[in-house]
Design a protein around this ligand. Structure first.
Ligand code: 13P
Ligand code: SF4
Length: 347
Protein backbone atom coordinates (compact mmCIF):
# COMPACT_ATOMS: atom_id res chain seq x y z
CA UNK A 1 0.00 0.00 0.00
CA UNK A 2 2.91 2.33 0.76
CA UNK A 3 4.32 1.77 -2.74
CA UNK A 4 0.97 2.55 -4.26
CA UNK A 5 0.57 5.78 -2.25
CA UNK A 6 4.08 6.85 -3.18
CA UNK A 7 3.36 6.27 -6.86
CA UNK A 8 0.18 8.36 -6.56
CA UNK A 9 2.05 11.21 -4.85
CA UNK A 10 4.73 11.16 -7.54
CA UNK A 11 2.11 11.22 -10.29
CA UNK A 12 0.33 14.29 -8.87
CA UNK A 13 3.64 16.07 -8.40
CA UNK A 14 4.55 15.41 -11.98
CA UNK A 15 1.21 16.52 -13.36
CA UNK A 16 1.07 19.76 -11.33
CA UNK A 17 4.70 20.63 -11.96
CA UNK A 18 5.65 24.11 -10.78
CA UNK A 19 2.09 24.93 -9.79
CA UNK A 20 2.77 22.86 -6.69
CA UNK A 21 5.41 23.56 -4.04
CA UNK A 22 6.09 21.28 -1.08
CA UNK A 23 8.16 22.66 1.80
CA UNK A 24 9.07 20.19 4.56
CA UNK A 25 10.38 20.76 8.07
CA UNK A 26 13.30 18.61 9.23
CA UNK A 27 11.08 16.88 11.83
CA UNK A 28 8.78 15.40 9.20
CA UNK A 29 8.59 11.67 8.56
CA UNK A 30 10.75 10.13 5.83
CA UNK A 31 7.62 8.97 4.02
CA UNK A 32 6.61 12.57 3.29
CA UNK A 33 9.96 14.39 3.36
CA UNK A 34 11.00 12.35 0.31
CA UNK A 35 8.49 14.44 -1.69
CA UNK A 36 9.57 17.83 -0.36
CA UNK A 37 10.83 20.36 -2.92
CA UNK A 38 12.75 22.05 -0.12
CA UNK A 39 13.55 21.16 3.46
CA UNK A 40 14.64 23.53 6.16
CA UNK A 41 14.43 24.87 9.67
CA UNK A 42 11.75 27.36 10.61
CA UNK A 43 13.73 30.35 9.34
CA UNK A 44 14.56 28.77 6.01
CA UNK A 45 10.94 27.75 5.49
CA UNK A 46 9.70 31.28 6.30
CA UNK A 47 12.19 32.72 3.82
CA UNK A 48 11.18 30.25 1.13
CA UNK A 49 7.53 31.13 1.57
CA UNK A 50 8.35 34.83 1.28
CA UNK A 51 10.27 34.19 -1.95
CA UNK A 52 7.76 31.91 -3.61
CA UNK A 53 5.52 33.76 -6.02
CA UNK A 54 5.07 31.02 -8.55
CA UNK A 55 3.20 28.09 -7.00
CA UNK A 56 -0.60 28.05 -6.88
CA UNK A 57 -0.57 25.41 -4.16
CA UNK A 58 1.80 25.13 -1.24
CA UNK A 59 1.31 21.80 0.49
CA UNK A 60 3.06 22.40 3.78
CA UNK A 61 4.66 19.43 5.50
CA UNK A 62 5.09 20.81 8.98
CA UNK A 63 2.80 22.14 11.68
CA UNK A 64 0.00 24.68 11.81
CA UNK A 65 1.97 27.78 12.84
CA UNK A 66 4.40 27.21 9.95
CA UNK A 67 1.52 26.98 7.47
CA UNK A 68 0.07 30.20 8.90
CA UNK A 69 3.41 31.93 8.40
CA UNK A 70 3.60 30.63 4.84
CA UNK A 71 0.09 31.93 4.16
CA UNK A 72 0.96 35.38 5.48
CA UNK A 73 4.15 35.63 3.45
CA UNK A 74 2.65 34.48 0.15
CA UNK A 75 0.05 36.18 -2.02
CA UNK A 76 -3.68 35.87 -1.42
CA UNK A 77 -4.08 33.83 -4.61
CA UNK A 78 -1.70 31.13 -3.41
CA UNK A 79 -3.31 28.42 -1.31
CA UNK A 80 -1.40 27.00 1.65
CA UNK A 81 -2.56 23.51 2.59
CA UNK A 82 -1.80 21.55 5.77
CA UNK A 83 -2.46 17.86 4.99
CA UNK A 84 -3.78 17.16 8.50
CA UNK A 85 -5.32 19.95 10.55
CA UNK A 86 -4.45 18.12 13.75
CA UNK A 87 -0.78 18.93 13.13
CA UNK A 88 -0.55 21.64 15.79
CA UNK A 89 2.23 22.43 18.25
CA UNK A 90 1.91 21.94 21.98
CA UNK A 91 4.21 24.89 22.62
CA UNK A 92 2.24 27.28 20.41
CA UNK A 93 -0.89 26.16 22.28
CA UNK A 94 0.65 27.35 25.56
CA UNK A 95 -0.01 31.01 24.80
CA UNK A 96 -3.36 32.37 23.66
CA UNK A 97 -4.09 35.98 22.82
CA UNK A 98 -6.24 36.62 25.88
CA UNK A 99 -3.48 35.41 28.21
CA UNK A 100 -0.88 37.49 26.38
CA UNK A 101 -2.98 40.64 26.60
CA UNK A 102 -3.49 40.10 30.34
CA UNK A 103 0.24 39.52 30.84
CA UNK A 104 1.16 42.62 28.86
CA UNK A 105 -1.23 44.78 30.85
CA UNK A 106 0.14 43.50 34.17
CA UNK A 107 3.78 43.86 33.10
CA UNK A 108 3.26 47.33 31.67
CA UNK A 109 1.61 48.42 34.88
CA UNK A 110 4.64 47.32 36.89
CA UNK A 111 7.45 48.14 34.48
CA UNK A 112 6.02 50.93 32.34
CA UNK A 113 6.97 51.30 28.70
CA UNK A 114 10.33 49.63 29.08
CA UNK A 115 9.48 46.31 27.43
CA UNK A 116 9.63 45.05 23.86
CA UNK A 117 8.01 41.68 23.01
CA UNK A 118 9.81 38.95 21.08
CA UNK A 119 7.86 35.95 19.93
CA UNK A 120 9.21 32.60 18.80
CA UNK A 121 7.71 31.67 15.43
CA UNK A 122 6.23 28.65 17.23
CA UNK A 123 3.13 30.69 18.08
CA UNK A 124 -0.25 31.58 16.60
CA UNK A 125 -0.61 34.34 14.02
CA UNK A 126 -2.79 36.24 16.51
CA UNK A 127 0.12 36.47 18.96
CA UNK A 128 2.55 37.45 16.24
CA UNK A 129 0.10 40.24 15.40
CA UNK A 130 0.03 41.35 19.04
CA UNK A 131 3.83 41.49 19.03
CA UNK A 132 3.93 43.38 15.74
CA UNK A 133 1.45 45.90 17.15
CA UNK A 134 3.67 46.52 20.18
CA UNK A 135 6.91 47.14 18.29
CA UNK A 136 8.30 43.62 18.61
CA UNK A 137 9.48 40.92 16.24
CA UNK A 138 9.44 37.18 15.69
CA UNK A 139 12.51 34.99 16.24
CA UNK A 140 13.51 31.48 15.27
CA UNK A 141 15.98 29.18 16.97
CA UNK A 142 18.64 30.16 14.43
CA UNK A 143 18.41 33.93 14.96
CA UNK A 144 17.16 34.27 18.54
CA UNK A 145 20.46 35.75 19.73
CA UNK A 146 20.58 38.32 16.97
CA UNK A 147 16.94 39.26 17.50
CA UNK A 148 17.38 39.61 21.26
CA UNK A 149 20.29 41.98 20.64
CA UNK A 150 18.04 43.94 18.33
CA UNK A 151 15.31 44.01 20.98
CA UNK A 152 17.73 45.45 23.54
CA UNK A 153 18.59 48.17 21.06
CA UNK A 154 14.89 49.14 21.22
CA UNK A 155 14.03 48.92 24.92
CA UNK A 156 15.70 47.93 28.18
CA UNK A 157 13.57 44.82 28.76
CA UNK A 158 12.43 41.91 26.63
CA UNK A 159 9.24 39.91 27.03
CA UNK A 160 10.02 36.54 25.39
CA UNK A 161 7.27 34.08 24.52
CA UNK A 162 6.16 31.33 24.47
CA UNK A 163 9.29 29.16 25.00
CA UNK A 164 10.95 29.89 28.33
CA UNK A 165 13.89 27.63 27.50
CA UNK A 166 14.85 29.24 24.19
CA UNK A 167 14.41 32.63 25.87
CA UNK A 168 16.55 31.71 28.89
CA UNK A 169 19.26 29.99 26.85
CA UNK A 170 19.47 32.93 24.46
CA UNK A 171 19.54 35.59 27.17
CA UNK A 172 22.21 33.70 29.12
CA UNK A 173 24.35 33.42 25.97
CA UNK A 174 24.16 37.22 25.77
CA UNK A 175 25.55 37.54 29.30
CA UNK A 176 22.28 38.10 31.14
CA UNK A 177 22.28 36.43 34.56
CA UNK A 178 19.54 34.08 35.73
CA UNK A 179 18.79 36.58 38.51
CA UNK A 180 18.02 39.16 35.82
CA UNK A 181 15.30 36.94 34.35
CA UNK A 182 11.75 36.48 35.55
CA UNK A 183 9.08 33.97 34.56
CA UNK A 184 5.50 34.94 33.82
CA UNK A 185 3.04 32.17 34.69
CA UNK A 186 -0.01 32.67 32.45
CA UNK A 187 -2.25 30.47 34.62
CA UNK A 188 -1.40 31.98 38.00
CA UNK A 189 -0.83 35.40 36.43
CA UNK A 190 2.22 35.85 38.58
CA UNK A 191 5.77 36.96 37.90
CA UNK A 192 8.40 34.78 39.53
CA UNK A 193 11.80 36.39 39.95
CA UNK A 194 14.72 35.72 42.24
CA UNK A 195 16.16 39.26 42.28
CA UNK A 196 14.62 42.72 42.49
CA UNK A 197 12.01 43.51 39.83
CA UNK A 198 13.87 46.63 38.69
CA UNK A 199 16.86 44.48 37.76
CA UNK A 200 14.85 42.15 35.52
CA UNK A 201 15.93 42.35 31.88
CA UNK A 202 14.12 39.37 30.38
CA UNK A 203 10.62 38.16 31.20
CA UNK A 204 10.03 34.61 30.04
CA UNK A 205 6.64 33.13 29.26
CA UNK A 206 6.19 29.84 31.10
CA UNK A 207 5.86 27.64 28.02
CA UNK A 208 7.95 24.80 26.66
CA UNK A 209 8.20 22.16 23.96
CA UNK A 210 6.91 18.84 25.22
CA UNK A 211 9.37 17.00 22.97
CA UNK A 212 12.54 18.84 24.03
CA UNK A 213 11.67 18.86 27.71
CA UNK A 214 12.24 15.11 27.63
CA UNK A 215 16.00 15.55 27.44
CA UNK A 216 17.61 15.57 30.87
CA UNK A 217 20.92 16.06 32.65
CA UNK A 218 20.71 12.40 33.79
CA UNK A 219 20.85 11.35 30.13
CA UNK A 220 23.88 13.58 29.64
CA UNK A 221 25.57 12.04 32.70
CA UNK A 222 24.89 8.57 31.29
CA UNK A 223 26.57 9.43 27.96
CA UNK A 224 29.54 11.02 29.73
CA UNK A 225 29.94 7.87 31.83
CA UNK A 226 29.49 5.27 29.10
CA UNK A 227 30.83 7.10 26.03
CA UNK A 228 33.47 9.59 27.14
CA UNK A 229 34.43 10.50 23.56
CA UNK A 230 30.87 11.16 22.44
CA UNK A 231 29.90 14.78 21.77
CA UNK A 232 26.46 15.98 22.81
CA UNK A 233 24.53 18.46 20.68
CA UNK A 234 21.02 19.66 21.58
CA UNK A 235 18.31 22.02 20.39
CA UNK A 236 17.96 25.29 22.38
CA UNK A 237 14.35 24.35 23.21
CA UNK A 238 15.95 21.99 25.76
CA UNK A 239 16.13 23.02 29.43
CA UNK A 240 18.84 25.42 30.58
CA UNK A 241 20.84 22.77 32.49
CA UNK A 242 20.79 20.44 29.49
CA UNK A 243 22.05 23.13 27.12
CA UNK A 244 24.72 24.15 29.65
CA UNK A 245 26.02 20.61 30.03
CA UNK A 246 25.88 19.74 26.32
CA UNK A 247 28.89 20.41 24.10
CA UNK A 248 26.90 22.45 21.62
CA UNK A 249 23.37 23.69 20.90
CA UNK A 250 21.59 25.07 17.86
CA UNK A 251 18.63 24.96 15.49
CA UNK A 252 17.82 21.91 13.41
CA UNK A 253 19.85 23.35 10.53
CA UNK A 254 22.80 23.96 12.84
CA UNK A 255 22.64 20.39 14.14
CA UNK A 256 22.49 18.98 10.60
CA UNK A 257 25.43 21.10 9.42
CA UNK A 258 27.50 20.18 12.47
CA UNK A 259 26.99 16.45 11.92
CA UNK A 260 27.68 16.77 8.18
CA UNK A 261 30.96 18.55 8.84
CA UNK A 262 32.06 16.19 11.59
CA UNK A 263 34.88 13.73 10.77
CA UNK A 264 34.16 10.06 10.01
CA UNK A 265 34.29 7.95 13.14
CA UNK A 266 33.08 10.78 15.38
CA UNK A 267 30.41 9.99 17.98
CA UNK A 268 27.31 12.09 18.60
CA UNK A 269 24.38 12.07 20.99
CA UNK A 270 21.66 14.36 19.66
CA UNK A 271 18.94 16.03 21.70
CA UNK A 272 16.19 16.77 19.26
CA UNK A 273 13.17 15.23 17.55
CA UNK A 274 13.32 11.57 16.59
CA UNK A 275 12.68 11.69 12.82
CA UNK A 276 15.61 14.04 12.35
CA UNK A 277 17.95 11.97 14.54
CA UNK A 278 17.01 8.80 12.65
CA UNK A 279 17.59 10.50 9.31
CA UNK A 280 21.00 11.75 10.39
CA UNK A 281 21.86 8.21 11.47
CA UNK A 282 20.92 6.85 8.04
CA UNK A 283 22.76 9.61 6.19
CA UNK A 284 25.97 9.17 8.18
CA UNK A 285 26.71 5.47 8.56
CA UNK A 286 30.39 6.43 9.04
CA UNK A 287 29.55 8.21 12.32
CA UNK A 288 28.13 6.83 15.54
CA UNK A 289 24.88 8.68 16.20
CA UNK A 290 22.42 8.08 19.03
CA UNK A 291 19.48 9.96 20.47
CA UNK A 292 20.35 11.58 23.80
CA UNK A 293 17.09 10.12 25.07
CA UNK A 294 17.27 6.33 24.58
CA UNK A 295 13.48 6.14 24.34
CA UNK A 296 13.57 8.64 21.46
CA UNK A 297 11.41 11.74 21.26
CA UNK A 298 8.84 11.91 18.52
CA UNK A 299 6.84 15.08 17.93
CA UNK A 300 3.38 13.56 17.71
CA UNK A 301 1.88 16.52 15.90
CA UNK A 302 4.63 16.67 13.26
CA UNK A 303 3.95 12.96 12.73
CA UNK A 304 0.31 13.66 11.92
CA UNK A 305 1.44 14.48 8.42
CA UNK A 306 1.66 10.99 7.01
CA UNK A 307 1.54 9.56 3.52
CA UNK A 308 -2.25 8.92 3.42
CA UNK A 309 -3.06 12.53 4.46
CA UNK A 310 -0.44 13.89 2.11
CA UNK A 311 -1.75 11.96 -0.90
CA UNK A 312 -5.35 12.88 -0.02
CA UNK A 313 -4.43 16.60 0.01
CA UNK A 314 -2.58 16.32 -3.31
CA UNK A 315 -5.25 14.33 -5.10
CA UNK A 316 -8.01 16.63 -3.86
CA UNK A 317 -6.26 19.49 -5.63
CA UNK A 318 -6.46 17.67 -8.91
CA UNK A 319 -10.13 16.97 -8.32
CA UNK A 320 -10.69 20.71 -7.93
CA UNK A 321 -11.06 20.85 -4.13
CA UNK A 322 -8.60 22.65 -1.91
CA UNK A 323 -8.77 20.77 1.39
CA UNK A 324 -7.37 22.03 4.71
CA UNK A 325 -6.51 25.48 3.42
CA UNK A 326 -4.86 27.64 6.09
CA UNK A 327 -5.85 31.29 5.90
CA UNK A 328 -4.99 34.02 8.35
CA UNK A 329 -7.55 36.87 8.39
CA UNK A 330 -6.21 40.00 6.70
CA UNK A 331 -6.27 42.25 9.78
CA UNK A 332 -4.29 39.68 11.77
CA UNK A 333 -1.87 38.99 8.94
CA UNK A 334 -1.14 42.69 8.49
CA UNK A 335 0.25 43.16 12.00
CA UNK A 336 1.80 39.70 12.23
CA UNK A 337 3.70 40.42 9.03
CA UNK A 338 5.17 43.51 10.64
CA UNK A 339 6.72 41.26 13.31
CA UNK A 340 7.87 38.71 10.71
CA UNK A 341 9.33 41.35 8.40
CA UNK A 342 11.33 42.90 11.24
CA UNK A 343 12.95 39.49 11.64
CA UNK A 344 13.41 38.74 7.94
CA UNK A 345 15.00 42.14 7.39
CA UNK A 346 17.59 41.48 10.12
CA UNK A 347 18.18 37.73 9.87
P1 13P B 1 13.95 24.85 14.03
O1 13P B 1 13.85 23.92 12.87
O2 13P B 1 13.83 26.27 13.58
O3 13P B 1 15.20 24.61 14.82
O4 13P B 1 12.69 24.61 14.99
C1 13P B 1 12.51 23.49 15.74
C2 13P B 1 11.10 23.22 16.09
O5 13P B 1 10.75 22.80 17.16
C3 13P B 1 10.09 23.45 15.10
O6 13P B 1 8.89 23.17 15.63
FE1 SF4 C 1 6.05 22.20 18.68
FE2 SF4 C 1 8.05 20.97 19.95
FE3 SF4 C 1 6.74 19.70 18.00
FE4 SF4 C 1 8.38 21.76 17.42
S1 SF4 C 1 8.96 19.79 18.27
S2 SF4 C 1 6.31 21.39 16.60
S3 SF4 C 1 8.05 23.06 19.23
S4 SF4 C 1 5.86 20.37 19.97
Amino acid sequence: EKDELEARARAVKERLGRRLFIPGHHYQKDEVIQFADATGDSLQLARLAAKNSEADYIVFCGVHFMAETADMLTSAAQAVILPDLRAGCSMADMADLFQVERAWAALSERLGETIVPLVYVNSTAAIKAFVGRHGGATVTSSNAKRMMEWAFSQKERVFFLPDQHLGRNTAYALGIGLDEMAVWDPHEETLQCTGALERVKVILWKGHCSVHENFTVEQIAFIRRTKPDMKIIVHPECRFEVVQQADDAGSTKYIIDTIRNAPPGSQWAIGTEMNLVNRLKQEHPDKEIVSLNPYMCPCLTMNRIDLPHFVWALESLEQGTIVNRITVPEHVAFEAKTALQRMLALA
